[in-house]
Design a protein around this ligand. Structure first.
Ligand code: CA
Length: 247
């Protein structure tokens, strides 16, 4: 996956056609799609199968949870609003049981709080409906590359501790209050500690791909975050992006 897809958001349309145009078959990676909107589920299944994925569908949260536990999937696409058990509860339950398969959440809601809720529950990424199928594929591939390694609930980097579930951050033992966006930014940086993270990557993962975001939004929020966690803890790598200072 190369090209950053920060283009305008499209409706799902015909994923099969997009899939055919950039067909890069992936070996039989197994995906679980949990989505109660039958047309969307079928469109996703068709499009993803055209990409070479093996795709199973579940139409409600209980069935999705059961399949995710025992199905041996490589990743899951999980709607938030589901009959019987919400997507939030499905992913929380999986993480509580120490299942680490990558989860990409689909939310009809559109707000940073909802997105943060999904991430707090243990999802790895999210997309807001309507979303671009191309962006969905790109995010999915990124998740699959990272794989289902263990992701502990409290993240630490040096003296910075971030608890996604409790939404708490402490720096050198002192609690720091962050806005949802600052929190998401710090969380992304901690999850990628040791790497330089580009502005584009941050825009893709911390901001919603479907929203128009001011080009300097990343710089502005990096500035806010530095004021709260300490300037030295967040480095600018000129021409490349940002990273947390080595510890
Ligand atoms: Ca739904």
């Amino acid at each position: 996956m190369c090209g950053r897809q920060k283009t305008a958001c499209h409706l799902i349309g015909s994923p099969g056609a997009i899939a055919a145009s950039e067909a890069k078959p992936v070996s039989r990676v197994r995906l679980l799609v949990v989505e109660d909107e039958a047309r969307l589920a079928a469109a996703l299944q068709r499009g993803l199968q055209a990409e070479g994925f093996a795709v199973d569908l579940a139409g409600d949260g209980v069935q999705g949870l059961e399949l995710a536990r025992h199905g041996g999937y490589d990743a899951m696409i999980l709607d938030v609003m589901l009959p019987r058990l919400s997507g939030y509860r499905v992913v929380r339950q999986l993480r509580d049981e120490r299942h680490w398969l990558p989860v990409l959440m689909l939310s009809a809601k559109d707000g940073e709080y909802d997105q943060a809720d999904g991430l707090d529950c243990g999802a790895d990424d999210y997309l807001t409906k309507p979303f671009s199928y191309v962006v969905l594929l790109a995010r999915l591939r990124a998740l699959l590359r990272r794989g289902g390694r263990e992701r502990p609930v409290v993240l630490t980097h040096g003296d910075v501790e971030l608890d996604p579930a409790e939404r708490r951050v402490t720096v050198a033992g002192r609690e720091v209050t962050l806005t949802a966006r600052e929190f998401a930014l710090l969380e992304y940086l901690i999850r990628h500690a040791g790497q330089v993270v580009s502005k584009t990557e941050l825009l893709d993962h911390v901001w919603d791909a479907s929203l128009e975001t001011a080009p300097n939004a990343v710089e502005v929020y990096v500035g806010y975050l530095r004021r709260k966690i300490g300037r030295d803890r967040l480095e600018t790598v000129r021409g490349a992006g940002y990273r947390l200072a080595a510890v």
